[in-house]
Design a binder for this molecule. Structure first.
Ligand SMILES: N[C@@H](CCC(=O)N[C@@H](CS)C(=O)NCC(=O)O)C(=O)O
Length: 234
């Protein structure tokens, strides 16, 4: 595990095993997805945190754009957080994170797809422009309303039933950043109280808790991100 974010000129450290590695960045929501899925399955792996403002050569050798997450399995490399999560679910089927029934699985993928197209772009717009941007906030609420309605249709605490599944984990990194933002929750909570209750259930889940970033650290990172002075190691 490399706690510190490695940068250009720094070699890949000697790793104990190297059979499963995740090239990551502690505050990247996309990298948080496979971190959650690996944790939910109890898989040991080596995490290599990378400085994305001064990328280490070993990251650029593995991803054409030098992005994280990158998953390495016995020397073979896979990129894109959704693809990595599906692969981990196939490599390590226990506990399964999708329903067995192919139609139910497709329905889960539809929820994730809608979240990606309706919530994530609005989320970044709100984060970048500030919650005062009413148009972006309205778009975000519209996307979250669809997500909330899908969960209500299930009638269970999580998309996975009594426990979170792939839908809950794939969407959580963005939901977490909303859940720890007082101004955004002031906007969301009155309109979508059930969604707030769902966020609280997720926050109490052991897998989520194990990888949770505190509100203070999220805020510190965000400040750096917005001012172009990103800090990785607090
Ligand atoms: N579609 C990619 C997005 C990954 C991504 O954008 N990661 C960001 C960090 S949160 C990154 O690596 N940025 C570095 C860059 O764009 O140069 C995925 O889902 O894995």
């Amino acid at each position: 595990m490399s706690e510190k974010h490695l940068e250009a000129g720094q070699p890949l450290p000697a790793l104990k095993d190297g059979s499963i590695r995740l090239y990551s960045m502690k505050y990247c929501p996309f990298a948080q997805r496979p971190r959650l899925v690996l944790k939910a399955k109890g898989i040991d792996y080596e995490e290599i945190n990378c400085n994305l403002k001064n990328k280490p050569e070993f990251l650029l050798e593995r991803h054409p754009d030098g992005k994280v997450p990158v998953f390495e399995h016995n020397g073979r490399v896979v990129i894109e957080s959704n693809i990595i999560c599906d692969l981990v679910d196939e490599l390590y089927p226990d506990p399964p994170l999708y329903p067995k029934d192919p139609i139910e699985k497709a329905k889960d993928k539809m929820v994730m797809d809608t979240y990606s197209s309706k919530v994530i772009p609005a989320f970044f717009q709100v984060i970048k422009s500030g919650e005062q941007n009413e148009e972006a906030a309205t778009k975000l609420l519209a996307g979250l309303t669809l997500f909330d309605a899908e969960l209500k249709k299930r009638g269970t605490p999580f998309f996975g039933g009594q426990q979170p599944n792939m839908v809950d984990f794939i969407t959580w990194p963005f939901n977490e950043r909303l859940a720890v933002s007082d101004p955004l929750m002031a906007l969301i909570k009155p309109k979508l109280p059930d969604l707030d209750a769902y966020f609280q259930r997720m926050l109490a889940n052991p897998t989520v808790k194990a990888i949770l970033t505190s509100k203070e650290i999220h805020q510190k990172y965000l400040k750096g991100y917005l001012t172009g002075n990103v800090q990785y190691d607090f």
